[in-house]
Design a protein around this ligand. Structure first.
Ligand SMILES: Cc1cc2nc3c(=O)[nH]c(=O)nc-3n(C[C@H](O)[C@H](O)[C@H](O)COP(=O)(O)OP(=O)(O)OC[C@H]3O[C@@H](n4cnc5c(N)ncnc54)[C@H](O)[C@@H]3O)c2cc1C
Length: 442
């Protein structure tokens, strides 16, 4: 348990009268980002790292674990291994503990099933025993000053805990393009709900379906539809081709601590340009997924005389409405002109955006914001705010233009968590090693 005894302190709104638990480090959200923090902090943070999670039980993108979905990151980049391969919560230890090591090796995966990674995360959370499920944090406030200051985490029924330092690992939510906002159509479904929607549903094979979004999630939605018997799938993407992810050695140089340090020191306009140029090292489609779509398309053409998937690149959906039980979409084409598509089922795979930060207005008022109104983050992921000397607020997975293209990904989870722990505990708990670099960034 990560709860620590402390001197009772009057916390406004604590009507229950019971003493609130106090933590040296508390996390909000128990996704991979904060699980990595809790795993690396288990023996280092007094009492461990307590995580407050709104879900009722462990889950990682549960609607998107269909057959064939693969992790786009090496399993070596688990919660701990990059900085502490001896940590008991490594992926290898998970395999050994579950008795699956030999079966896993013999399956010879180049990319492991996402389901396996989700199971690993749930196992790690269970081993830690410091995740409080069903505990949404709706607001984070701050009381006291100097060494007596502390953060207060508020749930729906009032304050639930206090902490010296808080780490937000809130993740992302699906982005819905403006033309779909407020469209209350039964046939419109977010990609993360597609699997549940199709379960048990009868499909007329040549009933059309449209997938909007040319990234990995769009590609996986196409495969999901094929598996459920759809044979008239129109796949719309904004880029002028369905771009694969660049997983080359030189692209992977962006996903290392040395590059991260170099990147953080660059002027803001250079960072923005680099992130835009490097996008396909993170946001492209796995080569194996796009090959699968092309091969299925080819084989079904051999068998049935028509392609089940029509690829429609270079199109931007600008208007949508429901008409006679169909969703009608208007697309602007890259090369000019418009076209129209209609289908009873439209899947939105249109990216993700950062969740709102639940900061109390009085805390926000003491925080330095950038031109986009977002808190400015230091190199150690802490928010620049008035009382940061004693109470630090860290934010994970929200600083692509500040900390580089790797920021929202799993690749440097352990490195980021180690950086945060070193900062919160004010000592070098973990040495982040990456000495032998053949690329001269500077
Ligand atoms: C389908 C999918 C597959 C992906 N695959 C890969 C991949 O293969 N490789 C890769 O590098 N990246 C991948 N990513 C991107 C990224 O690595 C993941 O999104 C990853 O889960 C991010 O981790 P996180 O902990 O920051 O956020 P999340 O995993 O989203 O976790 C955030 C957690 O915080 C909880 N939460 C949010 N708000 C509150 C609150 N106010 N109070 C309490 N709890 C709260 C949420 O319930 C959630 O459990 C993938 C993303 C998606 C959507």
């Amino acid at each position: 348990m990560s709860e620590q005894r402390q001197q009772p302190v009057a916390v406004p709104g604590n009507r229950s009268g019971t003493r609130l638990p106090h933590h040296t480090v508390a996390g909000v959200g128990a996704g991979p980002a904060n699980l990595s923090l809790a795993a690396l902090g288990e023996r280092e943070v007094p009492g461990g790292v307590r995580l407050y999670e709104r879900r009722s039980s462990a889950a990682w993108h549960p609607g998107q674990l269909s057959e064939g979905t693969r992790l786009q990151t090496s399993w070596l980049k688990d919660l701990v291994t990059l900085v502490d391969p001896t940590n008991r919560l490594s992926f290898l230890n998970y395999l050994v503990a579950g008795g699956r090591m030999y079966s896993f090796i013999n399956a010879q995966y180049e990319e492991i099933p996402r389901l396996e990674f989700a199971r690993y995360l749930a196992w790690a959370a269970g081993e830690l025993g410091t995740v409080r499920y069903g505990s949404p944090v709706e607001r984070i406030g701050h009381i006291g000053t100097g060494a007596a200051g502390r953060f207060v985490l508020h749930g729906p029924d009032g304050p639930v805990a206090t902490a010296d330092h808080v780490v937000l690992g809130l993740g992302t939510r699906p982005r819905v393009p403006a033309c779909f906002e407020g469209l209350d159509a039964g046939g419109l479904v977010l990609a993360e709900r597609l699997h549940a929607r199709l379960r048990g549903a009868a499909v007329l094979p040549y009933q059309p379906a449209v997938v909007v979004g040319g990234g990995q999630t769009g590609a996986e939605s196409v495969l999901e539809l094929i598996r459920h018997g759809f044979r008239d799938i129109r796949w719309i993407g904004r880029r002028n081709w369905f771009a694969p992810m660049d997983d080359s050695p030189s692209a992977n140089d962006f996903f290392r601590p040395t590059y991260l340090r170099f990147f953080h020191g660059l002027p803001a306009e250079v960072r923005q340009r680099y992130v835009a140029e490097q996008q396909l090292t993170s946001d492209g489609i796995s080569l194996s997924t796009i090959q699968q779509i092309y091969q299925l398309n080819y084989e079904m053409y051999l068998r049935e005389g028509r392609y089940p998937v029509m690829l429609l690149p270079g199109r931007d959906v600008v208007r949508a409405c429901e008409r006679d039980g169909q969703l009608v979409l208007w697309c602007e084409r890259d090369w000019g002109g418009r076209e129209r598509h209609a289908a009873p089922l439209v899947v939105l795979a249109t990216g993700r955006e950062a969740a709102d930060l639940p900061l109390a207005p009085e805390l926000l008022a003491l925080t330095e914001l950038d031109e986009a109104g977002q808190p400015v983050l230091e190199a150690d992921y802490s928010v620049r705010w008035k009382y940061a000397e004693h109470n630090r607020l860290y934010v994970q997975n929200r600083s692509r233009t500040g900390h580089g293209i790797a920021d929202p990904n799993l690749s440097l989870l352990a490195v980021r968590a180690a950086t945060i722990l070193n900062s919160a505990l004010e000592r070098e708990v973990y040495v982040i090693r990456d000495e032998h670099v053949s690329t001269a960034w500077l």
